[in-house]
Design a protein. Structure first.
Length: 308
């Protein structure tokens, strides 16, 4: 293979710098910020599971603030007061300015054109991630209404606690069915639609620090096993789906101050020692995960896949 042929397959120079240099030669051009538009989700649709409250609701909020239509899926039939309060907050936000770029809308499955406001919104759907057919039906309905799906945050999971030698089979299977199989079913359902529609989307699988290290003094073997599986699931899916333009990453938060973690800290004093040993010597706050979530979901993370 000649050097000339090899060079033809290489990407062009960085587009932002290239466009700035080109524009500078025109007297009529005006400088335009592009940093904000990289993080924009205007015109895009997302699914976040386990998003009725807690971290899932925090993730849904930041995606909606960035302009996405976010479908929040959870097992409870009613969204609840906390979720409804966040939805109303998003509804009351003003439209995003032109510096955020983004398309205003696209055709749905029926070919109906829909022009969206330049802002996000939140919808609630009831579903169980352990029900493969049910998850697929929900995603298909979302695509039928919105015309596609661009972002998936597979966040729903459950905890469990027992000494490793005493875990009951039924409890172990319940945790695995939810945290591993449910995560897989969610990613599969969204990934299939992305592939079918040619959408270069982003799938984000929520893992945990517990998937990479043993948490001494805490009896969470089942949860740790599941999160380790999720980390490898993201790598494997990224390897297979990269050629289709679909990115898959996992995120492993450390202990973050949700109601569930607060209860765990109260139950296991060893957690306090673990927190004291991290560099910042404190537990993360939910809003501190917003940045990484938006980065991975948006074009700002367009070359990030298969990472944890």
């Amino acid at each position: 293979m000649s050097n000339a042929h090899q060079q033809s397959n290489l990407p062009n120079a960085p587009t932002c710098i290239q466009s700035i240099i080109s524009a500078s030669t025109s007297a009529s051009s005006q400088p335009t910020r592009t940093a904000f538009s990289q993080f924009s989700l205007l015109g895009r649709t997302a699914l976040v599971t386990g998003a009725r409250r807690g971290l899932g609701l925090e993730y849904a909020l930041v995606l909606a603030e960035a302009g996405a239509v976010v479908y929040c899926m959870d097992v409870e039939e009613q969204a609840g007061e906390e979720w409804e309060g966040v939805r109303k907050w998003v509804e009351g936000l003003g439209e995003l300015g032109e510096e955020f770029g983004g398309a205003a809308g696209r055709s749905n499955e029926k070919g109906e054109e829909g022009k969206r406001p330049r802002k996000g919104r939140m919808e609630y759907v009831c579903g169980d991630i352990r029900d493969k057919a049910g998850v697929e039906n929900i995603v298909e309905r979302i695509v039928e209404v919105e015309g596609g799906i661009d972002v998936c945050v597979a966040n729903a999971a459950i905890m469990g606690s027992a000494p490793c030698l005493e875990y009951e089979e039924g409890e172990m299977r319940k945790i695995i069915d939810t945290n591993v199989m449910g995560t897989l079913f969610t990613a599969q359902a969204v990934g299939k639609q992305m592939e079918r529609l040619g959408i270069r989307g982003s799938i984000i699988l929520m893992a945990s620090l517990a998937g990479s290290v043993a948490c001494k003094g805490i009896e969470n073997m089942a949860y740790s096993i599941c999160k380790a599986a999720v980390i490898q699931m993201a790598r494997s899916m990224a390897s297979e789906l990269g050629s289709k333009g679909i990115r898959v990453n996992s995120v492993s938060p450390s202990y973050t101050m949700t109601a569930m973690v607060k209860a765990a800290v109260d139950a296991y004093p060893a957690l306090r020692d673990m927190v004291a040993n991290n560099p910042l010597q404190r537990i993360a706050m939910p809003e501190e995960l917003r940045g990484v979530m938006l980065w991975l979901a948006s074009d700002a993370g367009s070359f990030m896949t298969g990472r944890e």
